[in-house]
Design a protein around this ligand. Structure first.
Ligand SMILES: [Zn+2]
Length: 426
C-alpha cells in the first residue's frame, strides 16, 4: 500500500510500452457487435452478436501470432510460445459477453488488454521464457441461462449438474449453443485445465464500484472475491380482515418484515468493515389489499471476504428478529438457502502486481471485489490468481453509461504487461 501522496501518482504514459491508441481502436471495434440502436451493448453469452464478436476476435488473435483454439466449453485460447516450452504457462484474459444494455469495458478490457500485451511483446521482438496463454471465457455474465461464469466453471470444477440442458428464452439449450459454436459438449470434461500447466492467472477488469474513482487511485489490486450468503426469512403473523380488525390487535407479518429489513441494514452497518447486505425479494401472503398479511417471506443476502463477519451479522439479525416478533406477536424464522464462500487472490501475486504498478509510478489500493469474476473459479482450481482493477467513473457498470478513461485503460494494460513479463523473468 502506498502513502496518500504516492497514491496520487498517475504514471508517465509517454514511457509506457503498450499502445493505448491500438487498444482504444480494438475496444471500439468490438463494441460494434451487439450495439443497440438506442443505448449500450447487448452481447449475451451464446447469442449471434457474441458469435460474431468471437469470430472477429479469433481473427485478431491469429493475426497477432497466437496459436488459437476453442475448447469444448467454447472458451477461446491463444498460445504464444516461450523459450522454455516445458515451463508452466502464464494465463491471462477475461470475457467478451455482456449483460443486456451493458457497457463497452466490462470484460473486453481484460481480453483486448491481454491481446495488446501480446502485440507489444511482438513489437519489441520479445519472447518470454514461459509460454503465454490468452483466454476468453465463455458466457461470464450468465444472463442467457441464468448461471454466471459458465466457461471458467466448465474449465475448472466442470459444469453444474444439468447445466448443459438449461434452455434460454430462445428455446435453445446450452448444449445446442455449444454445438452452434462448433464444439462437442459431450466431451466437455476435456476443457478442464490442468493446474500444474499454469504458473499464474491474471485478469484485468474495470472495478465496477466507486472506490478507486472516488479516491483518485488508478490501480486496484483485488484481495479476493467476496462470499455470497443468502437466507430466507419467514415471518408468520395472522391473516385477518383489513377493515374490521382493530389496529392494536393485528399480527401483521408485513410490519415485522419491514422492521426486519431495517434491522438488516442497521446490523450490517453497526460495525466498521466492507460487508454489505440486501433484502431484495419480498412475497406477502395471501397478497390482497383487504387482508392483513399473515405470512411474508423476504430474502437476506450478505457479502464479505470474511465468512466470520457474515456469521456475526446474521447472529445479530436473528436477535433483532426475536425482538421484533415479541413486539408484533409474529414469529420470524431465518434459514440459510445458498452460500458461496469467498475466493482469495494469491497474496504473493498481490504483492507482485503492487510492485509492478509501483515501478511504473502508479498508485494502488487493495480492495475486495463485490462482483463475481472468472478469476474466482481459476483461484479455487489451484492456479495462483491475481486481479488488476482500473477506475470506473462514478462506479457505474452493467449500464450503457459505464465509463473508464482511455488513459486508465492504458495504465491497467501496462500494469498487466509489467506483471506478466516480471513474473516470467523471475
Ligand atoms: Zn466482467
Amino acid at each position: 500500500m502506498k502513502t496518500t501522496e504516492e497514491s496520487s501518482a498517475e504514471g508517465d504514459l509517454a514511457e509506457f510500452r503498450v499502445n493505448g491508441t491500438r487498444l482504444k481502436k480494438n475496444l471500439l471495434q468490438i463494441a460494434a457487435f451487439g450495439k443497440n440502436p438506442e443505448r449500450g451493448i447487448s452481447r449475451l453469452g451464446f447469442s449471434e452478436p457474441d458469435r460474431k464478436a468471437r469470430s472477429w476476435l479469433i481473427e485478431e488473435m491469429s493475426r497477432a501470432g497466437l496459436d488459437v483454439w476453442v475448447d469444448q466449453a467454447a472458451n477461446i485460447h491463444g498460445r504464444r510460445a516461450g523459450k522454455q516450452p516445458d515451463l508452466p504457462a502464464i494465463l491471462f484474459g477475461s470475457h467478451i459477453d455482456s449483460v443486456p444494455e451493458g457497457g463497452i469495458f466490462d470484460g473486453t478490457l481484460g481480453v483486448l488488454g491481454a491481446l495488446e500485451v501480446v502485440r507489444t511483446l511482438s513489437d519489441l521482438g520479445e519472447q518470454t521464457r514461459r509460454p503465454l496463454e490468452l483466454i476468453v471465457w465463455a458466457d461470464e455474465e450468465g444472463v442467457h441461462f441464468g448461471q454466471g461464469l459458465f466457461g471458467s466453471r466448465a474449465a475448472t470444477a466442470g459444469p453444474m449438474r444439468g447445466e448443459l440442458d438449461l434452455t434460454g428464452s430462445d428455446g435453445v439449450s446450452l448444449h445446442e449453443w455449444i454445438v452452434r459454436y462448433g464444439q462437442n459438449p459431450n466431451e466437455i470434461e476435456r476443457a478442464i485445465l490442468d493446474p500444474k500447466s499454469y504458473a499464474a492467472y491474471f485478469e484485468l477488469h474495470i472495478e465496477q464500484g466507486p472506490t478507486l474513482d472516488r479516491d483518485g487511485v488508478p490501480i486496484g489490486i483485488v484481495e479476493g472475491i467476496v462470499g455470497i450468503y443468502r437466507f430466507q426469512a419467514q415471518v408468520v403473523g395472522f391473516a385477518n380482515h383489513a377493515g374490521t380488525t382493530p389496529m392494536s390487535e393485528r399480527r401483521d407479518a408485513m410490519i415485522s418484515a419491514s422492521k426486519l429489513t431495517q434491522a438488516v441494514r442497521e446490523e450490517v452497518m453497526a460495525k466498521p468493515g466492507r460487508q454489505v447486505g440486501n433484502v431484495g425479494l419480498v412475497r406477502a401472503l395471501p397478497g390482497a389489499p383487504n387482508v392483513v398479511p399473515g405470512r411474508v417471506e423476504v430474502t437476506i443476502e450478505l457479502r464479505d471476504l470474511d465468512e466470520s463477519v457474515v456469521a456475526d451479522v446474521i447472529a445479530r439479525v436473528r436477535l433483532r428478529a426475536a425482538e421484533i416478533g415479541r413486539e408484533d406477536g409474529t414469529e420470524i424464522a431465518i434459514e440459510p438457502f445458498a452460500a458461496e464462500g469467498p475466493a482469495h487472490m494469491d497474496v504473493g501475486l498481490q504483492d507482485h502486481i503492487d510492485h509492478s504498478a509501483g515501478s511504473l509510478g502508479l498508485g494502488t489500493y487493495r480492495l475486495p471485489s463485490g462482483a463475481g469474476h472468472d478469476a474466482q473459479n481459476v483461484a479455487r482450481h489451484g492456479i495462483p490468481t491475481g486481479m488488476i482493477f482500473v477506475r470506473s467513473k462514478d462506479g457505474v457498470s452493467h449500464n450503457p453509461g459505464e465509463w473508464t478513461e482511455w488513459n486508465d485503460c492504458t495504465r491497467g494494460v501496462e500494469v498487466l504487461y509489467q506483471s506478466v513479463t516480471e513474473l516470467d523473468a523471475r
